[in-house]
Design a protein around this ligand. Sequence first.
Ligand code: AHM
Ligand code: MG
Length: 314
Amino acid sequence: MDTTDICRMPGRVSLNAHLYHKGKIPDALRHLILDISRAAKYIQFAIRTTEAGLAGSINQYGEDQLKLDVLSDEIIRQHLSESRRVASFASEEHDEVIELDPSLPYSVAYDPLDGSSLVDTNFAIGSIFGIYEGATFIGKTPRDQVAALYVLYGPRTLLIYSTGNSVHEFILNEVGEFILLREFLGIADDAKNYSPGNLRAVNENGAYKSVMDGWLSRALTLRYSGCMVADVHHIVSKGQGVFVNVGGKKYPEGKLRLAFECGPFAYIAHHAGGLASDGHSDILDKKLFTIDQRTPIIIGSSNEVRAVCDVLSR
Ligand code: AHM
Ligand code: MG
């Protein structure tokens, strides 16, 4: 029998079928993304069924961990370990790289539950993943990622991935399968919405205040939730917008991390036609020296990203 017949693109397109037919990636990478998507299903169940309290522990940044932070991290750890495709991984919740088997093809950086402090408010939160070829991603740049994806746990559970061939969106259906919602998502050059993270920094960062004043005078629309996954997804979903998180004098690099948050989103924005900068250089070209490295980020519609960088550098 002709195998291309058996593997025809079905009417209702699963994540697996899409990765196979449109991703055109090695089977090992396809299976790794599917393993991660399985972990996400357990996390969305955990969010619905676990109380929103503290775990009684702190993470590598000295932040209190929620039970859900710890649980989400364990779920992902388990799926990455069992996948037998991961040489090493690093989580935002730990201060070290976990080495599994250097002969395996990929290394993964992930934030298990971004925006988890919002869980008691029932705002949307998410998981973020950057996948690299080789035994470690340290010494590489986000441009070296071979895939990036995030999962948004909101009223609906969405998974968005890129393997370098545009950006595609899936929805978790009632029987627990991720089904294609929209493919080839793009980000327009001009922004109508703005998402100003760490706005408290305007008190010590006059340039950021000028950026904010510019948005207000141009009457752009504010869209900010406090979860980077939700806020950047707003840009990906609406096809325009800008998200900023920059620091002040005390923390010039801001709060967000290159490996776990900014790198994967920069890859996704790039493959949707957008841009991500630290104010001077493309986030995709920033070398990963340590897992806890932070970076300012301006991400989204390219003209707006450039305009914001211009004001910030004055
Ligand atoms: P987290 O990974 O500890 O949840 O922190 C990251 C989140 C981002 O999702 C969001 O953009 C940012 O922190 C908001 O920070 P703050 O509440 O300090 O302004
Ligand atoms: Mg985070």
